[in-house]
Design a protein around this ligand. Structure first.
Ligand SMILES: Nc1ncnc2c1ncn2[C@@H]1O[C@H](COP(=O)(O)OP(=O)(O)O)[C@@H](O)[C@H]1O
Ligand SMILES: [Mg+2]
Length: 154
């Protein structure tokens, strides 16, 4: 588990962009943190890193959005109102898990059915300000390499 400190929303987006540029098709990223933590803001950055040009908005009411990136597509899911076990087919998407990067807000304890080896990103607001503490963890060797490549941020 590695911790990063992001001091404002711009830093969160830039961090997301760096992380996004390291992601590849088939990756599942599970985002957790309370309402307003910055999950959607981080996803905006991830989208930039994947070369997505559409605007990223919270998929709260529609559950998921699919965006076309340069190397892969991006599936952005809000699992808050889904049950405790989400399968990709439940999302009823015109996309394929193997050819997309799937990012799931509120995914912890819900989206594990999408991948046995997700990257977990947990966002914790510090006090009432803009500072966020972000911890990354994942059991794949590749996740260790991705986390290592981001280490300059810590
Ligand atoms: N360090 C930070 N990281 C992310 N968002 C931040 C940060 N500081 C302030 N914010 C603000 O907090 C809000 C986060 O909202 P959002 O990304 O929609 O959260 P969530 O999806 O977790 O509910 C945005 O208004 C953003 O501008
Ligand atoms: Mg959100």
């Amino acid at each position: 588990m590695t911790t990063f400190i992001l001091t404002d929303a711009t830093a969160m987006m830039r961090f997301g962009e760096s992380l996004g540029s390291l992601l590849q098709a088939g990756d599942v990223v599970i985002l957790d943190g309370p309402l307003g933590a910055g999950k959607t803001t981080l996803t905006k950055g991830l989208a930039l890193g994947l070369g997505v040009t559409d605007p990223i908005t919270s998929p709260t009411y529609v559950i998921s959005h699919v965006h076309q990136g340069v190397r892969t597509s991006l599936v952005h899911v809000d699992a808050y109102r889904l049950g405790s076990h989400v399968e990709f087919d439940d999302l009823d998407l015109d996309a394929d898990l193997d050819t997309t990067v799937t990012v799931v807000e509120w995914g912890e304890g819900r989206a594990e059915g999408l991948s046995e080896e997700p990257l977990y990103v947990r966002i914790r607001p510090e006090d009432d300000g803009d500072v966020r503490q972000l911890t990354l963890s994942g059991s794949l060797d590749r996740w260790a390499a991705v986390i290592d490549a981001l280490r300059g941020w810590s």
